[in-house]
Design a protein around this ligand. Structure first.
Ligand SMILES: [Zn+2]
Length: 279
């Protein structure tokens, strides 16, 4: 059962499965009120239930919690999954897939025939590749330091390896000053750099203003692909069911809750796209 704190109650039938989303719009902020719910930055949450001895709240990661067998969330965060979609695939939609595909379709608005590059081909970058394929991009360049990730990118739809030139869109999933500079260099006239990677605190990048002006470049930031769970998850479920979105290929390992430390080591070593915990 999903209880909406302070409001109505959404009841799930036994056996219903949900994917939790961390970006549900509040419906009340100035961005939501003007119809731009994808820019909302105050997702509804539940009342704080746990406190430290000094009174400070112990809050859930992104209002959802993680590595937990039980959690309390706002009803807007729980999106029912369709029958037939394995849970270890459906869960990927909650973050990496929604971020990658949403960055292409929501944030950037990649058009059919566009020439696109992705810097960083982990799970989010591979989802960008899939989103670019869904959008009908004519060329998809994959950049990564690891041969395994480039090979994976090709499996998910990348058409070229290495930097392209005069591109329409570059997606920076790494977020370093060097990748921002490289991404801007790769853009052509009126190209767009989509910044997805989380910056390190205090990081800054030098921007060639002459290049920015002459080429009429844009830099846009994507927070989780600017997705709205209630709008986007059902569409992503549908594409997965139709075989247009490859989720199975992104699940490298199925693990138990006790294997989380090893899963992080595997991730850092580049041995997995995603390890999924089965409860
Ligand atoms: Zn809002």
């Amino acid at each position: 059962m999903v209880e909406e704190i302070g409001g109505g109650v959404t009841t799930l039938a036994p056996g219903d499965r949900v994917v939790l989303g961390w970006r549900s719009p509040c419906g009340a902020c100035r961005w939501c009120r003007r119809g731009d719910s994808r820019r909302c930055r105050t997702p509804p949450g539940v009342r704080d239930r746990l406190h430290l001895a000094d009174g400070r709240s112990v809050t859930q990661t992104l209002q959802l919690g993680t590595f937990a067998t039980r959690t309390v969330v706002h009803s807007a965060a729980a999106i029912c999954t369709p029958d037939g979609l394995p849970p270890e695939q459906a869960c990927l939609i909650g973050c990496s897939v929604a971020t990658g595909v949403g960055s292409v379709l929501n944030t950037a608005g990649v058009w059919e025939g566009a020439r696109v590059a992705v810097i960083g081909c982990g799970a989010v970058g591979l989802s960008v590749v899939q989103g670019a394929r869904l959008a009908g991009a004519s060329e998809i360049y994959a950049l990564d330091l690891e041969e395994r990730k480039l090979s994976a990118a090709e499996q998910f739809g990348a058409t070229h390896r290495g930097p392209g030139e005069k591109l329409d869109f570059v997606f920076d999933v790494v977020g370093l000053p060097e990748t921002v500079a490289q991404g801007l260099d790769m853009l052509g006239h009126a190209g767009t750099l989509v910044y997805i990677g989380l910056p390190r605190p205090g990081a800054s990048a030098a921007v060639d203003l002459q290049q920015l002006f002459d080429r009429r470049l844009r830099v846009v930031v994507s927070h989780g692909g600017d997705h709205v769970p209630a709008l986007d998850f059902p569409q992503l479920f549908q594409w997965a069911g139709e075989g247009k979105l490859d989720l199975a290929g992104m699940v490298t390992k199925r693990i138990g809750l006790g294997d989380v430390a090893q899963a992080f080591d595997d991730l850092e070593a580049g041995d997995v796209i995603r390890s999924v915990i089965l409860f």
